[in-house]
Ligand binder design. Structure first.
Ligand SMILES: CC(C)(COP(=O)(O)OP(=O)(O)OC[C@H]1O[C@@H](n2cnc3c(N)ncnc32)[C@H](O)[C@@H]1OP(=O)(O)O)[C@@H](O)C(=O)NCCC(=O)NCCS
Length: 130
């Protein structure tokens, strides 16, 4: 198994890759829980694609947002659409995507943020749950 984390902007993704991501999100959040709007929110920044033999196994993206913290506007790398194909979970794929995303955030933003119902997954990677 040769895993790679491919990093690139939305503009670098082909239509086939965007379709592959739609399929991944549909599988990770069944019953249509990942909406078209959620998909749009995941675009426009940088994608972290964990691939095995050219197949996308896991994804995270970081988009630029501005968060207001006590009156101060912080340029924020906001994490969206962290997902792994169900058949490939628990092999470290999403953790690899998140480590690359965190490195990108540290290099380019004042703050990293995300919203999740799975806080423990991120806490074990060093994120703070507030
Ligand atoms: C959460 C998710 C991205 C994890 O992907 P993954 O590739 O299996 O993650 P990794 O293999 O890198 O890490 C798995 C570890 O995270 C932990 N973990 C996974 N999901 C978790 C959750 N919901 N809450 C807490 N911990 C979780 C597991 O305990 C596992 O640790 P272990 O192997 O030591 O037991 C994947 O399960 C998924 O796509 N879920 C559906 C979509 C989702 O909930 N996305 C993230 C929330 S916004």
């Amino acid at each position: 198994m040769v895993l790679t984390v491919r990093i690139g902007p939305t503009a670098a993704l082909s239509d086939v890759e965007l379709d592959a991501l739609r399929a991944l999100f549909g599988a990770a959040w069944p019953d249509g829980r990942f909406t078209r709007l959620d998909f749009e929110h995941a675009l426009g920044g940088v994608h972290f694609l964990v691939e095995d033999g050219g197949e996308i196994r896991s994804h995270a993206s970081v988009v630029e947002r501005e968060l207001d913290a006590d009156g101060r506007r912080l340029r924020t790398g906001y994490v969206e659409a962290v997902a792994t194909w169900p058949a490939h979970e628990r092999r470290g794929h999403a953790s690899a995507a998140m480590r690359a995303a965190a490195e990108h955030i540290r290099a380019h933003f004042e703050l990293g943020a995300l919203s999740t119902g799975s806080a423990p997954f991120y806490v074990r990677l060093g994120w703070l749950s507030l």
